[in-house]
Ligand binder design. Structure first.
Ligand code: NDP
Length: 293
């Protein structure tokens, strides 16, 4: 079997186009432009690229992007002061603090400072609780993007066996909640899981969010399984070159799976598309504007 390639780039482009058209309607109806504030602390090059891409996608969707670049040595108090200003700024619908933060700043204190109703990353404990209890909140963008790809590929997910590898607050746990919300039978695997290949072998849906290059092999998979590879691992090559690879061994997995996301071009583009969608949802909620479903 050769797996169908799940084209995350195309799915993300379609979602971004949808958001742009809804933003245009929102602007006409409310006279207001949705805005996303992104806060970057320090000079981490990968974070700077993510922030630049988020700003670009926000503007391309017809929304305002407010970028706050702060020095690495800024105090936690000063950062929280900025977030409190953004919380009360009527032009700001979404607030995102790019992680990781420098070691002297406690990320939990920073996340707690964000107004949960502007927390478009979905990391505030209030939104974590809303997701767990099935209330309307904000869902973290990467797992939301994975869910959208799975629904588009498989339709109704009800009753499917899903194995999520990884239990981080950013990807693994919210992914498991989302799959449970769609009535999958969900297993969460992690570094202490015994006989991981055997656990993975029972899954109709595998989501790998581990951070270990090409760990999941084709012979771990049930034939026909849908495989979502969240991993982004940069592998150094010769002469200073490098390339990206996922947590799944694409060559062996694509010979067994029914469908699989590539890296790059799978989950990554959906993450940003879901971020701008969450920002639009926030603006719509604040102005009681009804979005198309
Ligand atoms: P974390 O490091 O926070 O979590 C990794 C998880 O993998 C942990 O739960 C860990 O288990 C588990 N794990 C580690 N080693 C093994 C192993 N040998 N067997 C089974 N489980 C293992 O990473 P994130 O969740 O933040 O990210 C995961 C990957 O996804 C990374 O490659 C990251 O770059 C990528 N990513 C991609 C995004 C995108 O937009 N495409 C967005 C966010 C992340 P334990 O808890 O026991 O330590």
């Amino acid at each position: 079997m050769t797996a169908r390639i799940i084209d995350g780039k195309a799915a993300a482009a379609a979602l971004r186009a949808d958001v742009a058209s809804e933003v245009a309607k929102f602007r006409v109806a409310t006279g207001r432009v949705p805005g996303l504030a992104v806060v970057l602390v320090g000079e981490d090059p990968a974070s700077a690229v993510y922030v630049r891409n988020k700003g670009k996608a926000t503007r391309e969707a017809g929304m305002l992007s407010f970028e706050h670049k702060l020095p690495a040595e800024i105090s936690e108090g000063k950062l929280v002061d900025l977030i409190e200003e953004l919380n009360t700024d009527p032009a700001v619908d979404g607030i995102l603090v790019q992680l990781p933060l420098p070691g002297h700043i406690d990320p939990d204190q920073v996340l707690l400072a964000i107004d949960p109703d502007k927390d478009v990353d979905g990391f505030h404990p209030i939104n974590v609780g809303r997701l767990a209890t099935g209330l309307n909140g904000f869902v973290p963008c990467t797992p939301l993007g994975c869910l959208k790809l799975l629904r588009a590929e498989l339709g109704d997910l009800s009753g499917k066996e899903a194995v999520v590898i990884g239990r981080s607050n950013i990807v693994g746990k919210p992914m498991a909640q989302l799959l449970l919300g769609d009535s999958c039978t969900v297993t969460i695997a992690h570094s202490r899981t015994r006989d991981l290949p055997e656990v993975v072998r029972r899954a109709d849906i595998v989501v790998a969010a581990v951070g270990r290059p090409e760990m999941v092999k084709g012979d771990w998979l049930k034939p026909g399984a849908a495989v979502i590879d969240v991993g982004i691992n940069r592998i150094a090559g010769e002469g200073g070159n490098s390339h990206l690879t996922g947590d799944v061994d694409f060559t062996s997995a694509s010979a067994v799976a029914g469908a699989i996301t590539p890296v790059p071009g799978g989950v990554g583009p959906m993450t940003i598309a879901c971020l701008i969608r969450n920002t639009l949802v926030s603006a719509a909620r604040r102005d009681s504007f009804a979005l198309d479903p």
